[in-house]
Design a protein around this ligand. Structure first.
Ligand SMILES: Cc1cc2nc3c(=O)[nH]c(=O)nc-3n(C[C@H](O)[C@H](O)[C@H](O)COP(=O)(O)O)c2cc1C
Length: 324
């Protein structure tokens, strides 16, 4: 399948955009382990048009990251179009529009999933962004606002009609936030709709090679996007890709290998964010890493309080010695 002129191999697996997570060091790890498309954290259109430094930094990406998408959000078609032009200057492979963020400070202000309550506005934003740039524009959304309002089948058609070139669907409603289970049936329905021809990327709760395969086989999606399961374990892309390619489950990474991966990630994070920000960034990863280790609780708590680089690397080495 392809998005614009970006060609993907069979069974593409994308690394989800995640605020405060998907910065360059995380993306480096996802790419290393085989993620087929990387996304930036979402960038506020309002802040991009005002050149706010912190938001402009979200546009920084490296050549080796290609193909690479930058995601933007906002609630005004004109501002979104202007922001898209700014984004296009850094030459990402595609621009993704966030129509799915459920958090109050975004959706409550009519951006992200808030636009699921005003579909005509959502479509006019998509239309304006598509017209503003000459790189592929994609979108990411949810099934609908709540269980009584799940218009994703017609929303997908309307987005396609204004020139959106691929659509990611997270199989939850805004009301669900991140609770309950993702419902993939409607994602499958969008995919089966004979009017649809753009790639459909399925998203929600994929945390194993087998689930990724089921998403392709049962729901027919063109690509699968993985978010939370990659936090603390960006090597999930390696496991999933290997299974999809060969039908074999790779032996899980042992603790020593995980430590080496997380040390590399920590150093990359410091390279990009400096000290102590680069170490502090790792806390979100460490909170999820080393799942299932016995008697690990106190060590995890210690790991989560470190902000010194050498102390963090030393503690990771101790983990390898004790549990490896
Ligand atoms: C910490 C965090 C930050 C997120 N930030 C974004 C974001 O910036 N843009 C976006 O489209 N989705 C964002 N999401 C949603 C994910 O991209 C994804 O749709 C969701 O987590 C469901 O996929 P999963 O079950 O594989 O995690 C975020 C999710 C998490 C957990």
């Amino acid at each position: 399948m392809h998005i614009g002129n970006i060609e993907f191999e069979q069974y593409p697996i994308f690394a989800a955009p995640m605020e405060d997570v998907s910065e360059p060091s995380f993306r480096y790890m996802c790419k290393k382990h085989g993620a087929d498309l990387l996304y930036s954290e979402f960038a506020a259109a309002d802040a991009l048009v005002r050149s706010i430094n912190q938001t402009m930094r979200k546009l920084i990406a490296f050549e080796y990251e290609r193909p690479f998408a930058i995601q933007i959000f906002g609630n005004n078609a004109h501002t979104m179009a202007e922001a898209a032009k700014i984004v296009a200057e850094v030459k990402p492979d595609s621009i993704d529009i966030n129509f799915g963020c459920p958090v109050k400070k975004i959706a409550g202000k009519g951006s992200g999933a808030g636009l699921l309550r005003d579909i005509p506005k959502m479509i006019s934003i998509a239309d304006a962004v598509v017209k503003a740039v000459n790189i592929p524009v994609t979108a990411k959304t949810r099934l609908g606002w709540d269980a009584t309002d799940m218009p994703i089948v017609s929303v997908a058609e309307a987005l396609q009609d204004v020139g959106i070139q691929a659509l990611t669907i997270h199989g939850r409603t805004r009301a669900q936030m991140y609770t309950g289970e993702a419902d993939w049936r409607l994602i499958g329905e969008v995919k089966r709709n004979p009017r649809m021809h753009i790639p459909i990327i399925g998203n929600g709760d994929i945390d194993s090679p087998q689930k990724a395969k089921m998403a392709f086989d049962t729901f027919g999606v063109d690509a699968v996007m993985i978010g939370r399961a990659s936090i603390g374990a960006p090597w999930i892309f390696r496991d999933v890709k290997h299974f999809l390619r060969t039908g074999e489950i790779l032996p899980p990474m042992n603790v020593r290998q995980q430590v080496e991966e997380l040390k590399e990630y920590t150093l990359k994070s410091v390279e990009f964010k400096g000290l102590p920000g680069g170490v502090i960034h790792m806390r979100r990863q460490f909170a999820k890493a080393f799942k299932g280790l016995e008697n690990f609780r106190d060590t995890r708590i210690t790991l989560l309080t470190k902000s010194d680089l050498q102390e963090t690397l030393d503690l990771l080495d101790c983990i390898a010695q004790r549990w490896g």
